[in-house]
Design a protein around this ligand. Structure first.
Ligand SMILES: [Zn+2]
Length: 84
C-alpha cells in the first residue's frame, strides 16, 4: 500500500487528474484523498467549475473580457498551459 497523497501533491497534479491523464493506480489515490480530505474536495470542485467556466468563455466569441476575476484568468492560464 502506497502512502496517501499529501494535499500539496493533490493540488500539484489536480489538472492532470481532472484530465484523466494519470495512471489508474494514481487516480485511485486521488479518489481516496478526495474522500477523506474536505479541503481538497472543495478545492477540486471549485477548480473544476472554474475550468468549465473558462472553457465556456473561450468558446463564446462575444464573451466580455473586462471584469473577469483574476482567479479566473489564472485558471485559464493554468488550463491552457502546455503539458511538456
Ligand atoms: Zn487534501
Amino acid at each position: 500500500m502506497k502512502p496517501s497523497l499529501t494535499c500539496r501533491e493533490f493540488v500539484e497534479f489536480l489538472d492532470r487528474y481532472l484530465c484523466r491523464e494519470l495512471p489508474a493506480e494514481t487516480s485511485a489515490r486521488f479518489d481516496a484523498h478526495l474522500a477523506c480530505c474536505p479541503t481538497c474536495s472543495a478545492y477540486a470542485s471549485t477548480y473544476r467549475e472554474t475550468v468549465a467556466l473558462a472553457r465556456r468563455a473561450f468558446e463564446a466569441d462575444d464573451a466580455p473580457v473586462s471584469g473577469v476575476p483574476e482567479e479566473l484568468v489564472l485558471a485559464i492560464l493554468a488550463a491552457s498551459r502546455p503539458t511538456t
